[in-house]
Write a protein that binds this ligand. Structure first.
Ligand SMILES: O=C(O)C1=C[C@@H](OP(=O)(O)O)[C@@H](O)[C@H](O)C1
Ligand SMILES: C=C(OP(=O)(O)O)C(=O)O
Length: 454
């Protein structure tokens, strides 16, 4: 895994970005496509799968529990599922690498199977809280031996038959919701989840597509009640995974903040539970257009064009946070070069991602010359008004792909080079990020590039 071989890289002030590109498949959908295909009876085919390290950790774990999974081409995979209830005892520990989604969702799957699994991960993942899934899964009857603080390494002993629960999510987390739903698949009766603040709904959409009996009721306050009838039989599917809107945000922000740029990212997932970043950038004055809007495999998709824009600071409403939770690092970069002040709050969750993203973004942006105030639950940023940041520093990526990619983009708006001590974590979610960024970037003083496809 990337941890063993740190790879530094340097990013410098660039000219305009241009061209048409497609980013890799959506990470959340890719994990779920592998897991649900592995639980269907028969052969599913997936195209556009993200072949990043996080998703490969999920594939390896599903294989270790009995599914047959083959790569048949670039992004094309075939999965022969074992059926709900058919997962087998893995021979060794399940190595989740850097991936919180793999860990929490698979803990849910194991919880209602008659097997015991040990989950291990890298130094970043081993610090992340698992109590949030241990609590509801314990109510369903699973037993856990976790490291102090409810962290990895941890062992899950599943229970068959598990006990159906009604659970109100105490934290806005699609991973917790999905862990309970996946446990509920092999649980007799109705598993009910009450979600006061909506989070990404890929699990619900895909479970429905695989034939599970799942309903979602939304009340007048926007609270969602999700009911799943257990002991489901899932039918194999053909799945086309859209491009990841979280990955697309990096080149799109790079284009918005760099004079003369125009970049199109095709086939991007536009699920409204994921697109808060685009709504907030538009509120700042971003010139974004959406073409070719369509539906692919139950998910809305569009081609997004971003043109350089004069961005103005805004106050981000805290209730939008779940729909742009992974995009705050790159959003903070955009705010650093906008006109005026950007205020964010309600972002405590950012402190328990691959790194403490509030602390690292505040420290890194301050080091490159931005004006940032760190609060307990957000950042307040006074932008440069379109002027360059200073740069001339080395940033620690702390095993966090989104910190590394954010400072790669920031480096393009810095007068002096920005070095990132280790860009290898980018391979968890966006393996060709550096190649794509360099293909779309015109070096300063060079003539503008012709449109290229990567
Ligand atoms: O369910 C998912 O696929 C994800 C949910 C989010 O985490 P939380 O559920 O912890 O908010 C997000 O940050 C993560 O990158 C992917
Ligand atoms: C938080 C993230 O992923 P995970 O929780 O799966 O590690 C992310 O990709 O930003």
């Amino acid at each position: 895994m990337h941890e063993a071989h740190p790879r530094p890289a340097t990013f410098c002030h660039s000219g305009p970005l241009c061209g048409t590109f497609r980013v890799p498949g959506d990470k959340s959908i890719s994990h779920r496509a592998l897991m649900l295909s592995a639980l269907a009876v028969g052969e599913s085919r997936i195209t556009g799968l993200l072949e990043g390290e996080d998703v490969l950790s999920t594939a390896a774990a599903m294989r270790a529990m009995g599914a047959t999974i083959h790569q048949t081409g670039e992004g094309c995979w075939t999965v022969y599922g074992v059926g709900v209830g058919g997962l087998m005892q893995p021979a060794g520990a399940l190595d989740m690498g850097n991936s919180g989604t793999s860990t929490r969702l698979l803990m849910g799957l194991v919880a209602s199977h008659r097997l015991t699994a040990t989950f291990i991960g890298d130094a970043s993942l081993s610090k992340r809280p698992m109590g949030r899934v241990i609590d509801p899964l314990s109510l369903m009857g699973a037993e856990f031996n976790a490291s102090p603080g409810g962290t990895l390494p941890l062992m899950v002993h599943g229970l068959v038959p598990a006990i159906p629960i009604q659970y109100r999510l105490p934290v806005a987390s699609a991973q917790v919701k999905s862990a309970i739903l996946l446990a509920g698949l092999n649980t007799p009766g109705i598993t009910e989840i009450i979600e006061p603040v909506p989070t990404r709904d890929h699990s619900e959409r895909m479970l429905h597509g695989f034939g599970a009996d799942l309903t979602v009721e939304v009340d007048g306050n926007g609270t969602r009640t999700i009911r799943l009838i257990g002991e489901a039989e899932l039918k194999p599917q053909i799945i086309d995974v859209p491009g990841d809107p979280s990955s697309a945000a990096f080149p799109i922000v790079a284009a918005l903040i760099t004079p003369g740029s125009e970049v199109t990212i095709t086939h991007v997932g536009m699920n409204p539970t994921r697109t808060g970043i685009y709504r907030m950038l538009e509120a700042m004055g971003a010139d974004l257009t959406y073409a070719n809007q369509r539906e692919v495999g139950g998910e809305p998709v569009a081609d997004i064009t971003a043109r350089h824009s004069i961005l103005r600071g805004i106050e981000v409403p805290p209730d939008i946070a779940p729909s742009m939770i992974d995009e705050f690092p790159i959003f903070f970069v955009a705010a650093s070069v906008a006109q005026g002040r950007t205020i964010t709050s309600g972002l405590e969750e950012l402190r328990v991602k691959e790194s403490d993203r509030l602390a690292l973004m505040a420290a890194g942006l301050t080091a490159v010359g931005a004006q940032v105030e760190e609060r307990a639950d957000g950042l307040i940023i006074n932008g440069t008004g379109g002027e360059n940041l200073a740069g001339g520093v080395t940033i620690k990526s702390a095993l966090d792909h989104r910190i590394a990619m954010s400072f790669a983009v920031a480096g393009q708006r810095c007068t002096h080079n920005v070095t990132i001590d280790d860009v290898s974590p980018i391979a968890t979610s966006f393996p060709n990020f550096e190649a794509m960024l360099s293909a779309m970037t015109t070096p300063l003083s060079a003539p503008a590039k012709a449109v290229v496809d990567l």
